[in-house]
Design a protein around this ligand. Structure first.
Ligand SMILES: Nc1ncnc2c1ncn2[C@@H]1O[C@H](COP(=O)(O)OP(=O)(O)OP(=O)(O)O)[C@@H](O)[C@H]1O
Length: 319
């Protein structure tokens, strides 16, 4: 759905986007993650033909961009930072104008299209208020409604939950998952790890303009080769598994063992009361922080208890 090769954008001496190779596949909910200033918005703007690339190639829906923009963009719903609207007009009126500007949109069905888009984003009850009376969250929803008008094959959203309260974030997340289940590919940028983790199937991470990670979320959250065991019989487990208990925190132990079933059988066989036993998975946060060391603090979290680098693969990709 989106492929770029060596996509680069320079603003004078600043390289905002540096040789990025994006690979967004049909059916993905692709999370484009990066700290503030890492180049997300600039990339999104290039994909939509709003900014010209300095160098590199881009394909959207299988066609070369920006050349094929007239054919491609009507099939792409977009929400880029700070959606614009006429403040003195209602949300409904704004959407009708927006729809009228779209290519080949049928006038006869406009009213129904606008009503459906307003309903989808939960604005149908307040649609006659002028937009200047909208909260930031309502404006964001209106922008999203605009992106949905044409029933797009691909949605490109720059920080779609910006300014929304937790309830609003939950509603947008549900909406995006519904749209995706109905066949829409979603590409969204965010600086929020938790948002990406809850929503996305595939993840790309930008660090100072460079794509340092790109993989399926499930692969990034791969097994660590450790098993987390919760038990009141901590001393007994330590005695039984001499040397492979790597970490203990109260009744929670981390055991170096790649076979949870065998471990469980051994512990239970020895009379240990096992409350919970799960294979440990890498956290997206650790993968991202390992790959973006210089900007770690900008994601607003620490490196974890032992400060370790989580994953060799991410280190290879690191500059
Ligand atoms: N029009 C411009 N002129 C000069 N520099 C720019 C321009 N647009 C962006 N930049 C610079 O390019 C870099 C990347 O900016 P960009 O807005 O793409 O990042 P971002 O990841 O979207 O950040 P944010 O989350 O804060 O929106 C920044 O250093 C920014 O200052």
């Amino acid at each position: 759905m989106i492929r770029t090769l060596g996509l680069t954008k320079r603003f004078g001496r600043i390289t905002a986007v540096d040789a990025v190779d994006l690979d967004v596949r049909e059916g993905d909910v692709y999370g484009f993650l990066g700290a503030n200033g890492s180049g997300k918005t600039t990339t999104v703007r290039m994909l939509l033909g709003l900014v010209l690339a300095t160098s590199g190639r881009m394909e959207v829906l299988g066609e070369q961009m920006p050349g094929a923009g007239r054919r491609v963009l009507p099939q792409v719903g977009a929400l880029v930072e700070g959606p614009a609207a006429y403040p003195h007009l209602s949300g409904r009126r704004n959407l009708a104008l927006f729809d009228a500007m779209g290519r080949g949109t049928e006038r006869r069905t406009r009213r129904a299209r606008v009503a459906e888009a307003l309903e989808r984003v939960g604005l149908d009850g307040v649609d006659d208020r002028p937009v200047h009376a909208y909260s930031l969250g309502m404006r964001q929803r209106l922008g999203l409604a605009g992106a949905l008008l044409q029933g797009p094959r691909l949605l490109v959203l720059d920080e779609p939950t910006n300014g929304l309260d937790p309830q609003g974030i939950h509603e947008i997340r549900t909406l995006l998952l519904e749209l995706n289940a109905a066949g829409t590919t979603v590409f969204l940028s965010s600086h929020l790890l938790a948002e990406i983790e809850q929503l996305c199937t595939r993840v790309g991470v930008l660090d100072r303009g460079r794509l340092v990670v790109q993989d399926q979320l499930s692969a990034l959250q791969g097994l660590t080769g450790r098993v987390e065991v919760h038990t009141p019989d901590v001393a007994r487990v330590r005695q039984l598994l001499n040397g492979v208990v790597e970490h203990a925190d109260g009744e929670r132990l981390l055991v170096r063992d790649a076979d949870p079933a065998a471990l469980n059988a051994r512990l239970v066989g020895a009379g240990v009361r096992v409350r919970e036993l799960v294979p440990e998975r890498r956290r997206l946060e650790d993968v991202v922080l390992a790959a973006t060391s210089a900007s770690a603090d900008r994601f607003g979290s620490d490196r974890g208890a032992d400060g370790h680098r989580a994953h060799g693969e991410a280190e290879v990709l690191e500059r």
